[in-house]
Structures are given as C-alpha cells and as structure tokens.
Design a protein around this ligand. Sequence first.
Ligand SMILES: Cc1cc2nc3c(=O)[nH]c(=O)nc-3n(C[C@H](O)[C@H](O)[C@H](O)COP(=O)(O)OP(=O)(O)OC[C@H]3O[C@@H](n4cnc5c(N)ncnc54)[C@H](O)[C@@H]3O)c2cc1C
Length: 477
Amino acid sequence: MMSARIGYRFWYHHRNHQYLQVLRHNSFFKRVKNEMEAKNPFAPFDVGITENRPPDEVDIVVVGGGVIGSSVAYFLKTLVSTGMRVLVVDKDPTYTRSSSLLSLGGIHQQFSIPENIQMSLYSAHFLRNIKEKLMVDGIDPPDIHFNPQGHLFLATEEGAETLIDNCSIQSKFGAKSVLMSQTQLKKKFPWLNTDGIELGRYGIENEGWFDPGRLLQAFKRKAISMGVYYVHGEVTGFKVKHQAIAKEESYVPDYDTRIERVEITMPNSPEVITVPCAIVVNAAGPEAADLARLLYIGSGEGEMAVPLPVEPRKRFAFVINSLNGPGLECPVLVDPSGMCFRRDGLGGNFICSMEPGEEEEPSTGTLNVDYDWFNRKVLPSLTHRVPALKNAKMHHAWATFIDYNTVDQNPIVSRHPVIPNFFFANGLSGNALQHAPAIGRAMSELLVEGAFVNIDLAVFDFYRFVVEKQILERKVV
Ligand SMILES: Cc1cc2nc3c(=O)[nH]c(=O)nc-3n(C[C@H](O)[C@H](O)[C@H](O)COP(=O)(O)OP(=O)(O)OC[C@H]3O[C@@H](n4cnc5c(N)ncnc54)[C@H](O)[C@@H]3O)c2cc1C
C-alpha cells in the first residue's frame, strides 16, 4: 500500500516536472519565435493569435480578421484606447483563402459615387502616413511596398461620356487625374494599341498598388499592440435575447432582438466557447451571408426577410512573363473589355485579371484556376491591347473569392435594422483592400459615436435592400 502511494507520488511529481519543463520550453520557444517573427515581414500569419482562449466576456466581437476586420479593430482602439475589450475571431489565421492576402493591391479614385472617391482619398492619405500610424514599439515601421502608379481607364466612344462625367465628379472631390485623347495616349504609352479607344483617364496622384499581406500584417500587429485579442476559431452560432417593449401609442408590443453571446467553435476540437458581448461586427468577407443566416437574417418576416445580399464569387489572377512588355512607365491598365493588368516587379512579370460576365461566372466549388478561360478570354484581350505581350509565358496563377454584393456591388457599412447590435462591413465586391482604412474608420465611428463622423457612409446602409434601392457606380467598362 505504502509503496503504491510512493510510486504514485513519484509518478505525479515526475509528470508534473515534465509538464513544467515542456511549458517552460514552450514559452521560451514561443517568445523567441514571436520575437523573430515580429522582425520578419514574411513571417507566417499565425503570429497574430494572442492566446487561443477568448476572454470571459468582451465589448465588441469582430468576426473575420482579414484586412477589414483588422482595420475595424485598430480604429476602435484608436477611438477608445482603454476599458473597451475587442475580440477578433478568425477561423483561418493563416489566411490561405482570404482575399486580403490574394488581391492585386491596387488603389485608385476612379469611381462615380462620391463616398467611394472619398474613401479612396482617405485611404491614400492613411497609407502615406502608415509608418507613423501603424508603428509598433520595438519593430521596424511597416513597409507596404507602395508603388506609386496611376490607373489608366480606357473608354470606347460609347463609354467616353461616362468617363468625362465621372472625371468631373472625381475632380470635385479632390482626385487628381487627366483625360487623354487617343493621340496623347499613343504618345505617352507607345506600346498601347489604341484601336477603338476614344479617351483615357489617367490618375496622377494617390494611385498605385501595394503588398496586401503587408497591410494586413501591419493592421493586425498594431491592433494587438493596442490590446485587441485575436483568437483562432469559427463563429458558429449566437445566443439572442428577444424582449417585448411596450409602445406608448399601441397595445401591440415591439420586440427588441439583441445578440447576447457569440459561440466560437475552437479549431480541431468540438469545444464551443460562449462569449458574452455587447456588439458584433460582421467582417467575414465572402462568407458574410452565412454568418448573417445564423441570426435568421433573410428568413423571417418584415425586415428580417431581407437577406444580406453577399455571395462568394471566384476571381483569378494570372502572372505572365515577357521581356518585351512595357517598362517602368506602365500604368494599371483597365480595358473596356474588363481586363486589367499591371507590372509586377521589374523582372518582366505582369499580373492580369478580368471581370467575367454574369453568364460566365466561374463555379465556386473549388479554388482551381481556369486556364482555358485565360486562353479564351483574358489573353486575347490582353494581347490585343498590348501586342508586345503576345509571346508572354504563363508564370503562375491563383484563384480566390471576393465578397460580391449581388444587388449593387457596393459596400454595406451599417447596423442591421432589427438586430441593433449586429453590424455589417460587407459586400465590398473587390474594392475592400484600398478602402479598408476608410471602412475601419467609419465603422468604428458608427460603433463608438453612434453615427458617422469623418466619413459619412450613410448611403451604404442595409436599409436600401429593404426599400429595394440600388446604389450603382457608373461604370465605363
Ligand atoms: C484577384 C483579386 C484581386 C483584387 N484586387 C484588388 C485591388 O486591386 N484593390 C482592392 O482594393 N481590392 C482588391 N481585391 C479585393 C480585396 O482583396 C478584398 O475586397 C478584401 O481583401 C476583403 O477583405 P475582407 O477582410 O473583407 O475579407 P477576407 O480577406 O476574405 O477576410 C474574411 C475573414 O473572415 C474569416 N471568416 C469567415 N467566416 C468566419 C466565421 N464564421 N468565423 C470566423 N472567421 C470567419 C475568414 O477566415 C477570413 O479570414 C481583389 C480581390 C481579388 C480576389
């Protein structure tokens, strides 16, 4: 009996000793790993998980830690630095499928809706000052590898009037660009085939492209340094409270529906952690509508019957190589066919992409690249406009999803009309990277101040879907 007890104590002590050793080693390695990763801009994105247990309760839960979720979290902390707990939950902290990491990184002001132009201008200003804004003590200031280069939108005779109209709206809001005739285009870009082109609009300030992963990394690191919690997990449910509120003028009560808790399914485990919170922000990108459906948005009565009109749409990026292509003086070219391309570095690589027509939307079952579509549609359009690229070789390609707003392809930055503590930062339809600073700022104002202050995005309210109104860009292509 005695020896059994001693044996047990020895085993217990030995097990604890081993456990403590592992713990000490882990925390040592974790610290070294974190320090190394913090200095390395190419570090894997799992650096951003603070502790993989959410706090017992928080004030705001942001679902989705891509560029939008991370920007919202950062701006919330700039508005309220202490006393407000912000939790960002992402089911894939490596972002292997997130468009935040896989986008082309372009920024321009060539929109027709004033709010979109203003968002681009705000973001350009933010990016210009990013080193100061997103600097974290002890780490080199962020460098997003910004390439200043104008976007060149081309218009046929049919689109020329829209291009001119859009241009005057853009100038009114402070965007700097020039209209270029066919002759001027030929002179400035001798490699460009201007057949069928009536006019071009070339951005001369605040335009270019940058490394999307570096922007995401910078937002995330800064947000964490300011006290935001990042947790690896999937939001799979909500606990909601319905409360009848008596109306003064009527005997029929109104119902107040509020989220009280989010349910987070932990990775590689059936464990579900429930976190009480006051506010939830939907920043789930292409999966935003799935998240909204967990709250029965789109399947109730009245305003609840209106779904969040967002779905994943697959987009491709093709990188080709040619030593005969345009040199440094190469804008981000947007062709009337929907094809766009830009230089990628200085080694003869060019990235191109194309907006498919409604009838040729690729299936979203997999992330396979459709090379046949490239050969049939993208390449002919590219080599027609830039004949020097006709012998270009395919280098590599990738596919990812955008969060496509099926009603009007414009952002939804808003509170839900029935569930007052559920907010949307969704439906950005392929422009969210450049608008991330502006959307983060506007959403945080809406949450903290109860209204937009600096950037008024009221036009992008969810209510437009209830009253069946569209906010449409006047597109040249
Ligand atoms: C080929 C291509 C080119 C592009 N080019 C440009 C460009 O030049 N300029 C530009 O401005 N934009 C561009 N975009 C668009 C831009 O990349 C996206 O709009 C932007 O990155 C979207 O960011 P996000 O944070 O909303 O979404 P995402 O990056 O998709 O992040 C959403 C996150 O939510 C997480 N998530 C989803 N559901 C849950 C859940 N239930 N629980 C927990 N986590 C969840 C996901 O894991 C994901 O990480 C491009 C997009 C593509 C595909």
